[in-house]
Ligand binder design. Structure first.
Ligand code: ATR
Length: 284
């Protein structure tokens, strides 16, 4: 019952999100929603930390008895470096978004973004067939974690990026990754069964909020996904919907990537359902 006041006792389990800036993060709303829903004696707080202070902040949280933390922009690579033990997901992503302070003093690092994306697809009933080909727009950190997770599910993955060199760098980190030239991807769309925008194109306040590429060459089975979640329906998703294609917005990835940390810190495997989605959506 979310109307009940949240009680934080002397034994409360503590976690938070390190970012700079961090005020835009939806993670505090989500984790505190789950804490109340599951009656956990705990708290989750925003932690604005400048890059220079990141290591001191992490060691300080650990010294203060925190269970761990999420890490967002610009700290995901620094979190990768500070972790003593890197999960397979973190090694593949080259980044860490979830830190867990274990009882033996070791810091464990995970990257849950890619798995969160895959879980949100599955939850929406949009499981792409194995051997399917996916095309990702972008070659940044988000692209790497989604590409790695899709490859780990058995999909063949290609990336296309405005700056081709970055796409080629990514292909070195993730063997088997194909690179498609940025000026050719719209024409080649017919080869793919999944398109994922991992850039900030289409985001409110982003570099090009009106980003609406042509899907004229898409096959009719194409699933179009966006990791942008503000607005909920990006121009790309609107274009896909008007072409009669299945679409997936970015909110599900945000919710699903959070589950592992919550489970590790607070001991409950939280559910992502319509109520969770509505609660976080209303916080925008
Ligand atoms: P993240 O780690 O969140 O993925 P990032 O590393 O800054 O963030 O990557 C942003 C992605 O959006 C990149 O693929 C970037 O393309 P470049 O590598 O060419 O910079 C892409 N991007 C940002 N603004 C863009 C724009 N106006 N047009 C095309 N791509 C853009």
């Amino acid at each position: 019952d979310t109307a009940k006041p949240q009680i934080i006792t002397g034994k409360a389990k503590l976690a938070g999100v390190l970012g700079w800036p961090v005020a835009h993060s939806r993670s505090p709303v989500l984790h505190n929603y789950w804490l109340r829903r599951y009656g956990v004696d705990g708290a989750y707080v925003p932690l604005p930390v400048e890059p220079d202070a990141f290591v001191a902040a992490v060691l300080g949280l650990q010294a203060a008895g925190f269970r761990g933390a999420n890490v967002t922009i610009p700290h995901k690579e620094a979190a990768f470096k500070i972790a003593d033990v890197l999960d397979h997901s973190a090694q593949r992503a080259g980044a860490v978004n979830t830190l867990v302070f274990e009882d033996d003093g070791k810091i464990h690092g995970y990257s849950t973004d890619g798995a969160g994306f895959v879980a949100s697809m599955e939850a929406a009933g949009l499981n792409p067939p194995k051997q399917a080909q996916a095309l990702l727009l972008g070659a940044g950190g988000a692209a790497r974690s989604v590409a790695a997770a899709l490859q780990d599910c058995g999909l063949r993955v290609a990336v296309t990026n405005r700056t081709q060199g970055r796409a080629e760098e990514l292909a070195k980190a993730l063997p088997g990754l194909d690179v498609v030239p940025w000026n050719a991807w719209e024409q080649r769309l017919g080869t793919f069964s999944l398109l994922v925008n991992t850039t900030s194109l289409g985001m409110e306040g982003g570099p090009d909020a009106a980003f609406r590429p042509s899907l004229a060459h898409a096959g009719k089975e194409l699933v179009v996904a966006d990791i942008v979640y503000v607005p909920r329906i990006t121009p790309l998703l609107a274009e896909a919907q008007s072409a009669g294609l299945h679409t997936l917005g970015g909110l599900g990835m945000l919710l699903h990537q959070a589950r592992l940390g919550f489970q590790k810190w607070y001991g409950v495997n939280p559910e992502v359902d319509a109520a969770t989605e509505a609660f976080v959506q209303e916080s925008f």
